[in-house]
Ligand binder design. Structure first.
Ligand code: GDP
Length: 525
């Protein structure tokens, strides 16, 4: 591909994630977006997958039982000349680490809020990750077909709770049973809500923001209230600021109903006008990698095993940061310096996993992996030694001691543990004194999934002995004396061999610091 063609192709890419608290409507809105993208499948398939009818592997039974979505996947489609990549994120907080890493691979985010509930804990947590990255965030206030909170309150809450300015792009005219439509400030029109025609009837507004043609709506109290609110916001609200949107300091807010498919398409169209194309990626050497750099580069942000129960495959998800991917190309793996040929690759066009021909910066490819990759691995072509900034890690808080139930089956136990740790499903530690395996996680559900998968995928029944909450603190190996360890601060090694203490509680940590004032402890590596 010529440099010009590469630039044009990169320019078309829009790669984003939808973040929300469970039940806010992420699945429903994703389905609507796929339908607009002409993805040939019926509304309900994403849902069906979530409820288990579409289960791609047996370990998803756990999702089915719990009614949660554990896995993230990638959906790609073309819409209005753009190539859209939606990265799905698990909603359950126990899997926030997975979501965290996925958010490192997107250029913007859509935040879906249930307008009856406002900002919920998981939304807040995910928002903060996006905020830290400084990516644009667009807000969809969902479930307008039900009675919700005062829209003014919802906008104020964005600023009060999240510290981001809200810029309403439209305003509800009534809600719940009284939902009449949306006053679309941005497009200078009113979209009328009729249950069946999905809001495609519009009344134009004149330059003053009033209805351009006489209509019964004019005397409707819901309309006049919406009109008044809009006017007030026009005068006293935040001015539209594209630079602030780009830096994640202002969020355009759209009201609508995903279920009634009202306001969703307008949202998508407007979103695509402002959503950024692939951005530069920072490297540890400080030099940025531009997406239009002709040399290929990317990083693994997720590894997922056994997506297909018939193949027992494992897929490393790579976000392409620069250049173009060609099947069969040779790349360097930064961590090992090894040369790898990328021949067995998949992309995520619609629902079928088609073999990739060309993918460029912004796209996600899936590499069939036999154990070569780890999360965070960079791959690239060309002479530059590219080391992307490290993917941030959550420090685990919950720990269990783990062993194989059947001592004769150590081999499958080790294989399973190693693969699942590489996948980032849990963190593995080894006790200095006993050599025991200790697993660390952010949430209890991660252990349950681990146990389930060990049994189902590696035929290894594991015994887990809960150790409760611990505070993990790394220590400089040069300062370490094994005699520092006690029952209240267990000394372990992480999977890279770095030493750390697992403190029983804050008191134990304070006691340690008093006793060894010269030792530096760090919360993260
Ligand atoms: P997720 O957990 O965020 O993926 O949420 P879902 O998309 O599964 O939606 C949770 C529930 O809310 C489901 O029962 C949906 O049918 C319902 N729901 C989603 N969007 C709307 C909406 O706009 N209006 C109403 N009334 N219900 C909705």
């Amino acid at each position: 591909m010529s440099e010009k063609n590469l630039a044009t192709a990169v320019d078309k890419r829009r790669t984003f994630a939808i973040i929300s608290h469970p039940d806010a409507g992420k699945t429903t809105i994703t389905e609507q977006l796929l339908l607009f993208g002409g993805v040939v499948r019926e509304a309900g398939t994403v849902k069906a997958r979530k409820s288990g009818n579409f289960a791609k592997s047996d370990w998803m039974e756990i999702e089915q039982k719990r009614g949660i979505s554990v896995t993230s996947s990638v959906m790609q489609f073309d819409y209005q000349g753009k190539r859209i990549n939606i990265l799905d994120t698990p909603g359950h907080e126990d899997f926030s680490e997975d979501t965290y890493r996925t958010l490192m691979a997107v250029d913007s985010a859509v935040m879906v809020i249930d307008s009856a509930k406002g900002i919920e804990p998981q939304t807040k947590k995910l928002f903060q990750i996006c905020k830290m990255r400084g990516i644009p965030i667009f807000t969809f206030m969902n479930k307008l077909d039900r009675d919700g909170r005062d829209p003014l309150d919802l906008i104020a809450e964005l600023e009060d709770v999240l510290g981001i300015e809200g810029y309403p792009m439209n305003w509800p005219i009534g809600m719940g049973k009284e939902l009449k439509g949306l006053y679309d400030r941005y497009h200078q029109r009113v979209a009328l809500f009729h249950k069946d025609d999905q809001g495609r009837q519009y009344l134009p507004l004149n330059a003053d923001g009033d209805l351009a043609e006489a209509n019964d709506l004019e005397s409707d109290s819901w309309y006049t209230e919406a009109r008044d609110n809009m006017q007030m916001i026009e005068e006293a609200g935040n001015p539209f600021d594209a630079a602030k949107i780009a830096s994640g300091d202002q969020t355009p807010v759209f009201f609508g109903s995903a279920l009634a498919n009202f306001g969703v398409q307008t949202f998508l169209d407007t979103y695509l006008e402002y959503a950024p194309q692939p951005a530069d990626h920072h490297t540890e050497s400080g030099e940025d990698v531009a997406p239009t750099d002709p040399e290929f580069s990317g990083f693994v942000f997720k590894i997922q095993a056994n997506m297909n129960p018939h193949h027992r495959d494992r897929i490393a998800f790579v976000r392409i940061c620069s250049g173009e991917f060609d099947r069969g190309m040779d790349v360097i793996q930064e961590r090992t310096g090894k040369k790898l040929r990328l021949s067995n690759v998949t992309e995520f066009m619609a629902d079928t996993r088609e073999n990739v021909e060309t993918a460029v910066a912004g796209d996600i490819i899936g590499l069939y992996d036999t154990g070569n990759f780890q999360i965070g691995d960079a791959i690239y072509t060309g002479k530059r030694d590219i080391k992307f900034e490290k993917l941030p890690q959550f420090t685990p808080e919950l720990f269990v001691r783990v062993s194989a139930k059947n001592v004769m089956k150590q081999k499958s136990f080790h294989k399973g543990i190693n693969q699942l740790v590489q996948e980032g499903a849990v963190q593995l530690y080894t006790s200095y004194s006993t050599g025991d395996y200790i697993l660390g996680a952010v949430g209890q559900l991660q252990f349950e999934v681990f146990q389930f998968r060990m049994q189902n995928e590696y035929n290894s029944e594991v015994v887990m002995e809960p150790m409760g909450k611990k505070t993990a603190r790394w220590i400089d190996p040069d300062q370490l004396d094994e005699r520092m360890s006690s029952s209240r601060n267990l000394l372990v090694k992480d999977s890279q061999g770095n030493p750390l203490f697992l403190f029983e509680n804050q008191f134990a940590e304070r006691w340690f610091k008093d006793k060894y004032p010269d030792v530096t402890l760090t919360a993260k590596l």
